[in-house]
Design a binder for this molecule. Structure first.
Ligand code: UDP
Length: 322
């Protein structure tokens, strides 16, 4: 039986990855410091003998007894309001955390896949973004703590590959949505659905003409699984190339939820990328991967999840650490 360490296991993507690797017959070691993750996302796994959990911050020395064959490094705050509230932790987990996990991978002779991001492209001047684009990032802006940590992460991961011959993989993840997103993490989809469920107006930032391309979580997990099992060491974009403006997206949520509330406009946050769409030619060619779940279906599934939350969960404060 193969054994995989998944960091950020109690988070949105991490918890779905735990589920997938359990399903594939792996023994899963989950690790999380629970700053933005939530044990509720993996509660159902605790009864399984194939699952263990370590409450640990990967910015500190990482140790797990026994063999580890694969590592998925998904620990990180991942939303713009997180970066503002916990900028130092965001920098540390992407840099020191990645360094620790690369060293750990070397010691265990494990293959490691690190979660990078479309944020390495910053506010892109090339559209759609392919992996050869170097990006347009403001290093000292509010998103810089995340973007630059992830850019450093890619650099150190490649260095471990070239210098130590470590087996590495880098996925650049574009906007992803689905069940288990943190309701109050500030990102567009949970913000809009949360507002609809609480009977509040829908807050669109700027004039809503900025674009994003949203990928359903199951599609993303499939892409990551295929990339981990491939032999390709350079970054690969995984995301859904169907692009939409944020205003259109808000209107879709209004229709889906049947809310009577209206859109209200708020100032656009600093350095908010104006457009974002992945070029997934590389993933298609190398992994035979492309997204399958259309937004209408994905949004329905996601809405079902948010509807199942209790009133207390619907109103609880944005951050455990605030
Ligand atoms: N956004 C918005 N209202 C909100 C939350 C986000 O209009 O309540 C906008 C945000 O300014 C951005 C887009 O939606 O242009 C996607 O934001 P999100 O935080 O989901 O992801 P990211 O900016 O990291 O792609």
């Amino acid at each position: 039986m193969k054994r995989i360490l998944i960091t950020g296991a109690a988070g949105f993507l991490g918890s779905h990855l735990c589920d997938r690797f359990i399903k594939e017959g792996f023994e899963v070691v989950g690790m999380d410091n629970l700053i933005t993750g939530d044990l509720k996302n993996i509660e159902h796994l605790f009864k399984l003998k194939e699952f263990v959990f370590y409450h640990h911050d990967v910015s500190k020395f990482v140790h797990v007894p026994g063999t580890i064959d694969y590592i998925l490094h998904f620990a990180s705050p991942a939303s713009p309001i997180d970066y503002l509230k916990i900028p130092i932790q965001t920098l540390k987990v992407g840099s020191l955390g990645t360094h620790n996990l690369l060293g750990f991978a070397l010691a265990k002779k494990a293959r490691i896949l690190v979660a990078s991001t479309s944020e390495v492209y910053g506010d892109p001047q090339v559209h759609p973004q392919n992996e050869d684009y170097w990006g347009n990032v403001n290093p000292i802006g509010p998103r810089g703590v995340y973007d630059e940590a992830k850019r450093f992460q890619e650099a150190i991961t490649m260095a471990y590959h070239t210098y130590h011959k470590l087996e590495t993989r880098i996925v650049r993840i574009f906007n992803t949505y689905g069940p288990r997103m943190r309701l109050n993490d500030g990102r567009a989809l949970p913000a809009f659905i949360g507002q609809a469920l609480r009977g509040e107006d829908i807050t669109v930032f700027g004039d809503g003409s900025q674009t994003r391309s949203f990928c359903y979580v199951d599609d993303l997990v499939e892409g990551i699984y295929r990339l981990l099992m491939s032999d390709y060491v350079y970054p690969v974009n995984i995301g859904n190339p169907v692009e939409i403006t944020i205003k259109q997206f808000a209107e879709e949520i209004i229709q889906l939820t049947g809310t009577k509330q209206k859109i209200i406009y708020k100032p656009l946050p600093q350095d908010d990328p104006k457009q974002r769409r992945p070029d997934i030619t590389r993933a298609k060619k190398l992994l035979g991967w492309e997204p399958k779940i259309e937004r209408e279906e994905g949004l329905k599934r996601t809405y079902e999840y948010f509807k199942s939350l209790t009133p207390a969960e619907l109103t609880k404060s944005a951050h455990r650490f605030s």
